[in-house]
Design a protein around this ligand. Structure first.
Ligand code: 5GP
Length: 126
């Protein structure tokens, strides 16, 4: 089944400039902005400007240029917030929730970059 993109989702509205955001970085294909309800001292959302619903959708259908631009933007954001472990930063966690089991709230692919404190265990098994 094809991915159905809802152009009324909140990140689509942010990309169209209908809702304000706290931009950290903007590139040709990517926007990074601070999460409105941060779960860590640094909580940045990195999103492609293209209409992709989930990480797997993006990886399957985005152009090489979009994929490279997105990943370089993730690296740039980690640098900007001082979280790069290889360069004196204390690290970060990258999370992308997808679909129902992933408990994805906004159906526009996004990567959460969380940093600024020890983030604890990844998940609890239950
Ligand atoms: P998800 O659960 O889809 O992985 O995460 C969606 C994220 O988007 C949540 O962390 C939520 O706080 C954030 N969010 C929802 N609405 C807005 C908004 O209008 N602006 C910003 N900056 N973040 C939002």
């Amino acid at each position: 089944m094809a991915y159905a993109y809802d152009d009324q989702n909140i990140f689509a509205k942010i990309l169209r400039g209908e809702i304000p955001n706290d931009t950290v970085l903007e590139t040709e294909h990517t926007l990074a902005f601070r999460d409105i309800a941060p779960k860590a001292p640094d909580h940045v959302l990195v999103i492609p400007k293209g209409t992709y619903v989930t990480l797997d959708h993006f990886c399957a259908e985005a152009s090489d240029a979009e994929i490279v631009d997105f990943n370089r933007a993730v690296a740039q954001v980690c640098k900007m917030i001082g979280a790069e472990p290889g360069h004196g930063g204390e690290g970060f966690r990258a999370i992308s929730n997808a679909g129902e089991n992933g408990v994805q709230e906004v159906p526009h692919f996004h990567m959460h970059i969380l940093a600024g404190r020890p983030l604890g265990p990844m998940l609890l098994m239950r």
